[in-house]
Unconditional design. Structure first.
Length: 200
């Protein structure tokens, strides 16, 4: 799960950020949503595999195939996830996944139990709902680092080259915002650790 600066949530509780998910936006961006396309989604933590799902794109659904551990056995599971389509204001259409449990249109399904379901059916909170002030500051710093094209690791230095087409004034403003949020979160680190360890 990673420690401070690693970019992974340190929360002991399951949330949308630390649960294997299928995101239709990612599949679309990768050009995978073509009828007949077959592929796999793989998840890892610290370089170690923590799950994989094979999929095949049908005309109106995504066919998932994976193994589910029950007791000491791995049993094969096949799940059909329907697509829903809605029109866009300027033409074209938007593709959604349909939660097999509540039949709501969603962009993500999460693998908590035997099947992939929406976050409401899985009773999954967003990671931000369990954040304290230090967590929010670290998230802010990482957001700025992403805009600057920097690593997600808060311990690594910021690049000295600004992103292409960014004004120098904006670049320096973002650097200062990242450093301020990073420093403030570091000052709160002892209190956050005490809270996580239950030390008063």
């Amino acid at each position: 799960m990673g420690g401070w600066g690693s970019g992974r949530s340190t929360s002991r509780y399951r949330s949308t950020d630390n649960t294997n998910s299928i995101d239709i936006r990612y599949l679309k961006k990768q050009g995978c949503l073509v009828k007949g396309y077959q592929g796999s989604l793989n998840w890892s933590v610290r370089g170690k595999s923590c799950g994989s799902v094979g999929y095949r794109v049908l005309d109106d659904a995504l066919l998932l195939t994976y193994n589910q551990k029950r007791g000491n056995e791995w049993l094969p599971v096949q799940q059909r996830v329907s697509f829903a389509r809605t029109g866009c204001h300027y033409g074209g259409e938007r593709l959604w996944l349909v939660c097999p449990e509540c039949v709501k249109r969603v962009v993500c399904l999460y693998g908590v139990g035997t099947y992939f379901l929406c976050r409401h059916c899985c009773k999954l909170p967003y990671a931000s709902q369990g954040e304290d002030k230090a967590d929010r500051l670290r998230r802010k710093a990482r957001k700025v680092r992403a805009e600057l094209g920097a690593s997600n690791n808060l311990c690594e230095p910021l690049p000295y080259r600004k992103p292409k087409h960014m004004r120098w004034a904006k670049y320096y403003q973002l650097r200062e915002a990242e450093q301020e949020a990073n420093r403030a979160s570091l000052l709160m680190m002892p209190a956050s650790l005490k809270k996580q360890l239950g030390i008063s």
